[in-house]
Design a protein around this ligand. Structure first.
Ligand code: ADP
Ligand code: MG
Length: 334
């Protein structure tokens, strides 16, 4: 099978199958999309390389899902609704069974979000997947990293940390090891993350800043703090601990939740006046949203043990040193 047969067979969908939202789709020199009146395009790219971003043990369907999910997660963090994406695929060989599984995982998630594959590039080489995703957001309403203000609450969605727990299970560093069920659940979190698109859209006009957690909660929150020129205090006892993590030592829990990475949950800030709306949004989406701290004018990130409410007079009394650094591809894992 040659390059063009491959594209036609696995990545060009006939009329009537999947969303067709472009003016000119996959197959021409360029795809053409029409921006809707009053909307802005939000665009993001993420690449996944074998051994770096995924283990060779992942099934092709889950890999197809994840490659798109990590991109949709960036749209979610901006409050954008998915529109279309391109796929740059580098394959060591044409393996039809692998391609069938990969395309299934990819298109199942794309269809769920009404997101059309409008083009791409296919080359031979070490396995790598690059996706550029486009979404739309009402003009001026994109959620940014730069909008956090002193006294805003800090929130996180879901239960971060499970993907890291699964990774450590694969690495064999967990003693005792995970039980079979826990392994399957955490492995699903790592291999098949659920991008929080509906949450991001619902946070338009509610959140002051947002980011998706790809490199670890503390590191990604740090990006918000720097871009917003503010600092923060986080209450470690307010962090959401999944039942699958609760059985591990506190050290492992905090390592996974604060610096785990690969979570694809959203961390966002919102003024205290928005608390009821945030909680109502979480309830309507069936998603746990946890208030974990607050933004402060003083730069830097402070961690402490204790109760979130009432806010302690002097959090320094129970301060916890920050020993977590987030993942950096050029510096290696923490
Ligand atoms: P060009 O040389 O003009 O860039 P290509 O030969 O690379 O075009 O690709 C032919 C067509 O197939 C283009 O429309 C391109 O967008 C599409 N395409 C190539 N690879 C993929 C892929 N992996 N998924 C979807 N569309 C693809
Ligand atoms: Mg090309």
């Amino acid at each position: 099978m040659g390059e063009f047969d491959l594209i036609d067979t696995f990545f060009r969908r006939p009329p009537g199958v999947g969303p067709h939202r472009s003016v000119v789709g996959n197959g021409d020199d360029c795809a053409v999309i029409q921006a809707a009146e009053g909307m802005q395009l939000a665009i993001s790219t993420d690449t996944m390389v074998e051994g770096r971003h995924f283990l060779s043990t992942v099934s092709p369907a889950r890999l197809g899902h994840k490659a798109l999910a990590v991109n949709l997660s960036d749209l979610a963090a901006c409050g954008a609704e998915p529109l279309a994406f391109t796929l740059a695929l580098t394959l060591p060989r044409v393996d039809e069974a692998w391609l069938t599984g990969f395309a299934k995982g990819l298109f199942d998630l794309a269809d769920e979000h009404n997101c059309e594959l409008i083009g791409g590039d296919t080359t031979a080489g070490p396995l790598a997947i690059g996706i550029t995703v486009m979404g739309e957001v009402p003009a001026g309403q994109a959620l940014l990293r730069s909008g956090a203000r002193a006294d805003d609450d800090i929130w996180v969605s879901g239960f971060p940390g499970l993907a890291r727990l699964a990774l450590e299970a694969f690495r064999g560093t967990l003693h005792p090891t995970l039980r079979a069920e826990a392994f399957e659940v955490t492995r699903l979190a790592m291999e098949r993350p659920d991008p929080r698109v509906a949450l991001g859209v619902g946070l338009r006009g509610v959140a002051s800043a947002a980011i998706d957690v790809s490199d670890g909660l503390l590191g990604d929150l740090g990006h918000v703090l720097r871009r917003s020129h503010v600092g923060a205090s986080l209450c470690l006892d307010a962090l959401p601990v999944s039942p699958w993590l609760a059985e591990r030592t506190e050290e492992v829990q905090l390592d996974c939740i604060l610096a785990g990475g690969d979570d694809y949950e959203l961390v966002f800030t919102a003024p205290p006046a928005q608390r009821a709306r945030v909680l109502a949004l979480g309830a309507s989406l069936g998603l746990v949203l946890s208030r974990i701290g607050r933004i402060e004018a003083e730069p830097g990130l402070r961690l402490w043990h204790g109760e979130l409410d009432p806010w302690p007079e002097d959090p320094a009394r129970q301060a916890v040193p920050n020993r977590w650094t987030s993942f950096d591809h050029f510096r290696g894992a923490p």
